[in-house]
Design a protein around this ligand. Sequence first.
Ligand SMILES: C[S@@+](CC[C@H](N)C(=O)[O-])C[C@H]1O[C@@H](n2cnc3c(N)ncnc32)[C@H](O)[C@@H]1O
Length: 254
Amino acid sequence: MTVTKNQPREFQIGEITSPVIDRIEAIAKNVPGWSPVDQLYTLFNLAYLTTDVRGDIVEIGSWCGRSTAVLGMAARMIGNTKVHSIDLFPEKNDWKQNKDGSYSLEVELDGVKYRGYQDQNVWREPFEKDIAPIYAKYNSVLEVFNETLSRYDLRNFVIPFRGDSQHFGASVGIDFRCKLAFIDGDHSYDAVCLDIRNVQKFMAAGGWICFDDAFSSYDGVNRAIKDCVINNPAFDMGRQMTRKFFVARKKREG
Ligand SMILES: C[S@@+](CC[C@H](N)C(=O)[O-])C[C@H]1O[C@@H](n2cnc3c(N)ncnc32)[C@H](O)[C@@H]1O
């Protein structure tokens, strides 16, 4: 009997046959965030089906790592793929309350000020319900994000980047390619257009772009998708996949 030879194979079968949806349900239960299971499962499938496309996965807007954990799980299964998680990862004092009670962000990194939620503010009620409780326990969202990576053993597959998509684009080499970009950062028209233009520069032919909160309640997101993706001949296969996810494919050349 060749026990040692069979053991890794048995282990592999267990890994392969354990349902991905169970893991996604656990992530949705354990990691603070907004994306429900159906969105996360769609995101996982999209990532998993990019196996044959060149490049890494880029996420803009990671918060505590809920969508990141799902993308990281897909990256681990695909192999040879990293997830680059771009976020301002705000600390408690980076949030400023506006006159109408809503909140905006201002994060200073290496002397440069990055602003978020200036046009599309975070409304008071969701801030108090979902954001304030995080800062009751942690000073920085990055601490929670790193805990999520450790909890799901994803430190070798996910690279956090503190900054915005412009800053990230300037930091990668000209050979950098992305097979999937997930956009869930600042939801104003200008910010979403900027994120699309920045990721389009390094998207692989045949790569996918996926938006959260599309064609639901954010006018800026909808207009940005219409102007920069639907009316952009560089993309095809545009489709609203769930109640909130819009996806499109960067055309293959030729
Ligand atoms: C809706 S949350 C992301 C939720 C996350 N995808 C999840 O699954 O829980 C939006 C995130 O975008 C980040 N953000 C806001 N403005 C940004 C900007 N200009 N660049 C990068 N990240 C930004 C915020 O810090 C916040 O973490």
